[in-house]
Write a protein of this length. Structure first.
Lengths: 72, 310
């Protein structure tokens, strides 16, 4: 038994919260799906999270980028 | 707001009230035209990318609808047709509509850029700006040509769909834009002729109010004649073909005949049969636009069978 009678407002609020919640879940799913698609298609993108980026390494006289060990 | 009203309205709008702010009926049209623009483009996106593109184009259109309702609440409360919208009826606070409109504008533009490309996102941003600022805030209340220029906002979706797929604006995208752009004035003015609306009371300068119905009839004919070459020209681009040409010729012939019928009548004749010709023309105008885009879809769908295109 509820402590207080449910007001019509509470029902409306619940509907709104449920709607926003479902939308957020859908949005997360969509962004995840897009990420998977883009990565699988090999779109140009980079991870900046402590990953070595070859184009940032200074070029050697021969034109090829130096190996990370050599530049240290 | 009076105390009694404040008591009735708890300030907690339902989810559906916010959906109403996005003008779902306009959104459904945007979804259709953007889908065609995207589908007929020579580059095909991954289905999920295409879905995201359509979703965020529609969301951007919805955001501009919410901004329009925020700005036009003072007009909407006066006119009977719009007085039950969420803001004039008191279900949603004006500030909420403004916040929702701005937030969804940002989300839709950024997400369209990430899902497809920056040019498509820039076009979407411009469309929202055009509809909310140029049309709603400026032209709607200041010129009887408001319908003509406002039509551009509705004409952008197929172009955005095309650009989302291809990344560039080409003649096909421009022609799809022009088809809706030139179609909007005759469509709305025909409606204005037989819908006894209260624009006058709200202070919105509709052509029927400012220049009279005779001038409106002239305008309908002129814009319909000007529309025909653009509608037919699409047939000779990369997205056109015999099917589109046949459909376009038939639809344009009927549309021209209808506009001619509206032009040669006067108000007395129209009142005698309760605007039967105008109503018929208006109903046909919906079929006209729908038919052209369906024909474009058909051309594309027939390609695997060796029938689409020239």
């Amino acid at each position: 038994m509820a402590f207080r009678e449910q007001h019509e407002m509470h029902k409306r609020r619940f509907g709104r919260n449920l709607g926003v919640g479902l939308l957020l879940v859908g949005f997360v799913a969509l962004v995840f799906g897009l990420t998977v698609v883009k990565v699988q298609r090999g779109d140009p993108m980079q991870g900046f999270d402590h990953v070595m980026r070859p184009e940032m390494v200074p070029a050697t006289p021969s034109g090829a980028p130096a190996s990370p060990e050599a530049s240290q | 707001m009076s105390d009694i009203r404040a008591y009735e309205q708890t300030g907690d709008a339902g989810f559906g009230d916010y959906v109403q702010l996005l003008k779902p009926r306009v959104m459904s049209l945007v979804v259709f035209t953007a889908l065609v623009g995207l589908y007929v483009a020579p580059v095909s996106l991954h289905p999920l990318e295409a879905f995201a593109a359509i979703l965020f184009i529609a969301l951007g259109a919805g955001a501009s609808g919410a901004l329009n309702m925020w700005w036009d609440a003072d007009i909407d409360v006066v006119m009977r047709r719009t007085s039950n919208r969420p803001i004039p009826s008191g279900r949603v606070q004006p500030g909420e509509a403004l916040g929702l409109g701005l937030a969804l504008s940002g989300i839709s533009v950024v997400m369209l850029a990430l899902a497809t490309n920056v040019l498509a996102a820039a076009l979407l941003a411009f469309t929202i700006f055009f509809y909310a600022v140029i049309y709603s805030m400026w032209l709607k209340r200041s010129t009887p040509q408001n319908i003509v220029i406002g039509g551009a906002a509705g004409a952008f979706p197929p172009m955005i769909g095309w650009v989302a797929a291809t990344g560039s604006i080409t003649i096909e995208a421009v022609l799809m834009f022009l088809l809706i752009f030139m179609w909007t004035p005759p469509h709305f003015w025909a409606l204005a002729l037989f819908m006894n609306s209260d624009y006058e009371k709200a202070g919105v300068p509709m052509l029927t109010v400012t220049h009279g119905r005779r001038v409106t009839r002239n305008h309908i004919l002129v814009y319909t004649v000007a529309l025909v070459p653009f509608a037919l020209a699409t047939a000779f681009t990369s997205i056109g073909g015999p099917v589109y040409l046949a459909v376009a010729v038939a639809l344009n012939a009927v549309f021209l005949w209808g506009a001619w019928g509206i032009w040669r009548r006067d108000e007395e004749a129209a009142q005698a049969d309760r605007y039967a010709v105008e109503k018929k023309f208006f109903r046909f105008s919906l079929l006209y636009l729908f038919g052209h885009f369906l024909a474009l879809l058909a051309e594309m769908a027939l390609v695997p069978f060796g029938l689409g295109g020239w």
